[in-house]
Design a protein around this ligand. Structure first.
Ligand code: FMN
Length: 181
């Protein structure tokens, strides 16, 4: 299978990148073809709210969103990871979701990804409780739902403020995603 990892942190070498790399490594060991995109490294402009995509299924702006959407179309499985920034997703990730509105099924003229895609959600945060992780995972599930990507599972780490802290808990991450691919 082709698996696309979407790192919703602006940091390409942080905790979210680390947890996704652990999962990607497990997927590659099983022979899957993987690609990871860090949203913070892409040129993604803010949605301007013009709503022209409601009718046209395309965005009036041109930047790296076309490349990301093409990668999503190519993938059989999408794994989106988010860190908690102020109890919510980072701005890069929210902008990416806003800019995926041309594919949102609530609008008459929406574009569509191919049927049959599977999604997984991953969350990391520095704090100790699961409430923020649950919120991040629910946001990803909501996003997938409007794109007809079937969410099949999730994983999270609390008390994970750095890449090193994540990598020290590799087995805990692998235990959560052992049935995914
Ligand atoms: C701007 C900012 C806001 C943050 N807000 C929270 C927060 O509200 N709750 C929390 O548990 N951790 C918070 N953190 C910590 C991050 O969730 C944590 O460091 C995470 O591992 C960062 O992942 P990253 O390195 O992939 O960006 C925040 C970090 C930053 C940079």
């Amino acid at each position: 299978m082709k698996i696309l990892f979407l790192n919703g942190s602006p940091n390409p070498d942080g905790a979210t990148a680390a947890i996704l790399s652990v999962i990607q490594g497990a997927a590659e060991e099983k022979g899957h073809i993987c690609r990871c995109i860090c949203l913070g490294e892409m040129d993604i402009h803010f949605c301007v709210g013009c709503k022209s995509c409601y009718e046209t299924g395309t965005c009036c702006q041109q930047d790296d969103m076309d490349e990301i959407h093409a990668a999503m179309e190519e993938a059989d499985v999408i794994v989106m990871g988010l860190p908690s920034y102020w109890g919510d997703m980072p701005g890069h990730a929210k902008t990416f979701i806003d800019r995926t509105t041309p594919y949102c099924d609530t609008n008459a003229g929406h574009s569509s990804f191919s049927d049959g895609k599977i999604g997984y959600a991953v969350a990391v945060r520095a704090g100790p409780t699961t409430r923020e992780s649950d919120h991040l995972i629910a946001s990803i599930e909501h996003f997938y739902g409007h794109l007809h990507i079937e969410m099949k599972g999730s994983a999270y780490l609390t008390l994970a403020d750095t890449k090193e802290q994540v990598l020290a808990r590799k087995e805990e991450v692998l235990a959560q995603c052992s049935e995914w691919f």
